[in-house]
Ligand binder design. Structure first.
Ligand code: ADP
Ligand code: UVW
Ligand code: MG
Length: 398
């Protein structure tokens, strides 16, 4: 009999989950993974596959189903798949931990009440992480749950990089830069120490380019700067988010256009970025396949901002030894990686075009002064490890 951890990673319209078995006291083995899609629609869909990708279960609803029902169905499936093995804890990616929560924490009703207050700072994510936690707490109060914060890895960023040049009362209230995609960067930092030990003590920029996108500057495996800030709106152009914006634009929207805060939130979070600029899609695959000039304009802007921010983060690091691409676009788009690397060639970055084309992991040219890698990320395994460490490894069966 083995023990298992279920991880949940909530996005704006879907919840990804993974089920890991504790193979021994240290290592997890992926047992199943899947997704609940269209969670708030009239047709939610739950599917899962095993570690090799073979289908395990598939269920479609033909009506809206609340989080209680969807999560109940998920846990029931997970326990059925596990058979004799025991689900001992559930871990969650929670995007914003605010000023107080920068370590994984066991969920309590008090913690949930505090995290609720951070919803305005992560409107696409926080409600979708907290609703499943609440549903599970009500249905299965005996099952330990752990919140793993996406902001936690950036706790090491120096204060000078976290401060806004605002009057001090804002800083005192926690209005500062936090940074996101921390679970992904923590995983990447661990992989670098295995795959490229010579980089582990060096100056590295990791580019998490997915639906949400950001860069993280790491020195000796610790975050020293990132492009996301108080919220996951700042920095790079994202699927539907605008990235860095002159705050004067927000004043303009309110004062000249007469938009209220909810309408502005909707534009900045849901109607900007690749989708807003192209008017076609937030999905990089669709844009790459399109010959519409607006798709090209959106991709040009996406790449330009990455190149610009790599320059800025290199300054924070005082030089650059390694550049790592990860997440959906970073792992799978040779075109975007090639264009970014061409833009920062002056830093000593040179791609091996053939390795890049076949999506190899080590994609730097032998002549490249900066090591270049494309490393698949795994936020789920990070959540599983933190969950096990926070709850404590289960006692061995007698
Ligand atoms: N082969 C590919 N080429 C280009 N972009 C890709 C490819 N595969 C996935 N992507 C892009 O990755 C993005 C999604 O990244 P992902 O890390 O899965 O996002 P999230 O976890 O935030 O939902 C989408 O823009 C998608 O188009
Ligand atoms: C914080 C964030 O942007 O997350 P995601 O990339 O999952 O949207
Ligand atoms: Mg993601």
């Amino acid at each position: 009999m083995a023990d298992a951890v279920l991880t949940l990673n909530a996005g704006s319209s879907s919840i990804k989950f993974s089920l890991f078995r504790l193979a021994d006291s240290e290592n997890f083995e992926l047992f199943a993974k899947g997704e609940i899609e269209e969670i708030e629609s009239n047709a939610p869909h739950l599917f899962s596959v095993d570690a090799k990708g073979a289908p395990l279960s598939d269920r479609k609803w033909d009506r809206a189903a609340g989080f209680d029902e969807l999560l109940g169905a998920l846990i029931e499936r997970a326990e059925t798949h596990l058979g004799q093995d025991k689900l001992f804890a559930i871990g969650h990616r929670v995007v914003h931990g605010g000023p107080k929560h920068y370590r994984p924490e066991r969920v309590t009703p008090e913690l949930l009440d505090e995290l609720d207050k951070l919803t305005p700072l992560a409107p696409l994510h926080e409600p979708h992480s907290l609703a499943p936690i609440r549903a599970i707490l009500a249905a299965r109060p005996e099952l330990p749950q752990v919140a793993c914060f996406d902001t936690a890895f950036h706790h090491t960023v120096p204060m000078v990089a976290k401060r806004f040049a605002l009057p001090p009362e804002y800083e005192a209230e926690g209005v500062r830069r936090y940074g996101f995609h921390g679970l992904s960067y923590e995983y990447i930092a661990g992989r670098i120490s295995v795959l490229a030990p010579h980089l582990a003590a060096g100056r590295v920029i990791a580019a998490h380019l997915g639906n949400g996108a950001s860069l993280c500057a790491m020195k000796a495996g610790r975050s020293v700067e990132m492009t996301t800030g108080f919220t996951a709106l700042d920095g790079l152009v994202m699927g539907t988010r605008c990235g860095a914006l002159d705050p004067g634009v927000i004043l303009y929207m309110g004062q000249q256009r007469g938009l209220n805060p909810k309408q502005i939130e909707d534009i900045l979070y849901r109607r900007s970025g690749l989708l807003g600029v192209s008017g076609i899609s937030s999905d990089m695959r669709t844009l790459e396949a399109s010959d519409d000039p607006r798709a090209k304009e959106a991709i040009d802007l996406f790449v330009y901002r990455i190149v610009r921010e790599i320059g800025a983060l290199t300054s924070s690091l005082g030089g650059l030894d390694g550049l790592i691409f990860t997440a959906g676009i970073g792992e799978h788009s040779p075109q975007i990686r090639a264009r970014v690397c061409a833009g920062v060639e002056w830093l000593g970055v040179k791609l091996d075009l053939e390795a890049n084309h076949r999506n190899a992991i080590h994609i730097g040219d032998k002549q490249s002064r900066v090591a270049v890698w494309a490393i698949p990320t795994d936020e789920e395994v990070m959540i599983a490890r933190h969950t096990r460490d926070t709850v404590g490894a289960p006692a061995p069966a007698l």
